[in-house]
Write a protein that binds this ligand. Structure first.
Ligand code: UGA
Length: 437
């Protein structure tokens, strides 16, 4: 089976590499020529654990190649996946211009027996509209919608062992072709669910909005914990043990970011609005998450007695979450920028050494490691939940800082452990910080 994947962002590149690992012949396409040249030389443009090894292995085996020539790449393909970006427009709606550009590019050359699969996250009705767009150009194709649920930082594992595969299909042939493509997953008993196009499209937005709401809910519970003597980590544990709730996405923090939750919740809000359907839970999730960053700045300022002008603040972690170098819509962008506005001297260490972050924060000092970054600090602020920040040697850190104040926006430490190492500790969703400050 020959597979072409158009778009080499997170979803496209991971899907292409993983399908080649399944044993299929895969061509990955992108109109960014420099990116394609880099990929042909084995250089991956993103930080994604495990992806580089699989890319090299499958390129070497001759199953995986890269090109910027869409027309040639789709000629013999049995399946063509569209995995280009659908960023937010200024009104919150999804920008589908890359999707339609890709469809337009392939329309005249695609093999007429191929199945076209939309993997980009698109508003409900788009797949059907694409089918019509092609028909209007005299091209009659099976068009499928196949949402991708992989997470950055665990993308290969999520692709290889997904919780489910959702396929919006309208023909028996498309069902068979896609069943063959995902057959390697049958050995793990992964549910493969066939639905209508609209159901598959909405299932993606509904899943991301629900997870975003879950994160926002626990962040609001954290606010309450800070005022009533409860510990949010323990509340989350107690809630998560109920199988109906589940223990994931209940970690309180600085609010969700990244390229998906903010974009997809806004697109869902816009889409529901256009249909005249009220979705107050989604609306409030977006607003509450937007306000969260200001609350985090207030928390840091309060912990520092509103006196950070000329003070050294050591920031640990700026990517939107751990195990990625992705800075898109990271809470750190707003938080650190505010601290800079208040006159703080910022020093940042991020384990990904993110180039995106270096472009965003051009006037800060970059640390080589967490300890070096904390030398002479008046306050240490953890923003991203990188594993290496979960077990810092606090005694060693204590010897390096000027003022032992740890502000942990991911609440990664037991309060007593930090206090006994000589630090004042300010975290998220614990009453102790109220007693302290
Ligand atoms: C998310 C979804 O989890 C994937 O299923 C989906 O495929 C992807 O979007 C997408 O649409 O492409 P991702 O954006 O990589 O994946 O990141 P998540 O792990 O979901 O985290 C999103 C944000 O929520 C991060 O800022 C993270 O720090 C925050 N978060 C997550 C919390 O604050 N607490 C939690 O308990 C979990």
């Amino acid at each position: 089976m020959k597979i072409t994947v158009i778009g080499t962002g997170y979803v496209g590149l991971v899907s292409g590499v993983c399908f080649s690992e399944f044993g299929f012949d895969v061509v990955c396409v992108d109109n960014d020529v420099e990116k394609i040249i880099a990929l042909q030389m084995g250089n991956i443009p993103i930080y994604e654990p495990g992806l580089g090894k699989l890319l090299l292995k499958n390129t070497k085996a001759g199953r995986l190649s890269f090109t910027s020539d869409t027309r040639v790449s789709v000629k013999d393909a049995n399946i063509v996946f569209i995995a280009v970006g659908t960023p937010s427009k200024s009104d919150g709606s999804a920008d589908l211009s890359h999707v339609y550009q890709a469809i337009d590019d392939l329309a005249s050359s695609i093999n007429k027996d191929a199945v076209l699969v939309i993997k980009s996250t698109v508003p409900v009705g788009t797949t059907r509209a694409i089918k019509k767009f092609l028909l209007d150009r005299g091209v009659e194709l099976d068009v499928v919608f196949n949402p991708e649920f992989l997470k950055e930082g665990a993308a290969v594992e999520d692709f290889m062992h997904p919780d489910r595969v959702i396929l919006g299909v309208e023909s028996e042939k498309a069902k068979q072709v896609l069943s063959h493509a995902y057959r390697p997953l049958y050995v793990f008993n992964i549910p493969i669910i066939f639905t209508s196009l609209e159901t598959a499209e909405l299932s993606k937005y509904a899943s991301n909005a629900f997870l975003a709401m879950k994160v926002t809910f626990i962040n609001e519970i954290a606010n309450l914990c800070e005022c009533c003597g409860a510990d949010v980590n323990e509340v989350a544990l107690a809630m998560g043990l109920d199988k109906r709730i589940g223990d994931q996405f209940l970690q309180a923090g600085p609010g969700y970011g990244g390229s998906c939750f903010p974009k997809d919740t806004s697109a869902l809000e816009d889409f529901a609005d256009k249909l005249g359907v009220d979705m107050p839970l989604v609306n409030e999730t977006i607003r509450s998450n937007e306000n969260r960053r200001g609350k985090m700045v207030e928390k840091i300022l309060r912990a520092c007695d509103y006196d950070i002008k000329g003070k050294n603040i050591s920031v640990l972690g700026v990517t939107f979450k751990a195990e990625t170098d992705d800075m898109r819509d990271s809470p750190s962008i707003d938080i650190v920028s505010e601290l800079i506005k208040h006159g703080a001297n910022i020093r940042i260490y991020d384990p990904s050494f993110s180039e995106q972050a270096k472009k965003i924060f051009s006037n800060v000092i970059w640390g080589k490691n967490a300890y070096d970054n904390c030398n002479d600090a008046d306050a240490v602020v953890i923003i991203t939940d990188w594993s290496e920040f979960k077990a810092l040697n606090l005694k060693e850190l204590r010897n390096r800082v000027k003022n032992p104040l740890l502000i942990d926006l991911r609440s990664m430490y037991p309060v007593s452990e930090v206090m006994s190492s000589g630090f004042s500790y300010c975290s998220v969703g614990r009453y102790f910080e109220k007693l302290e400050f």
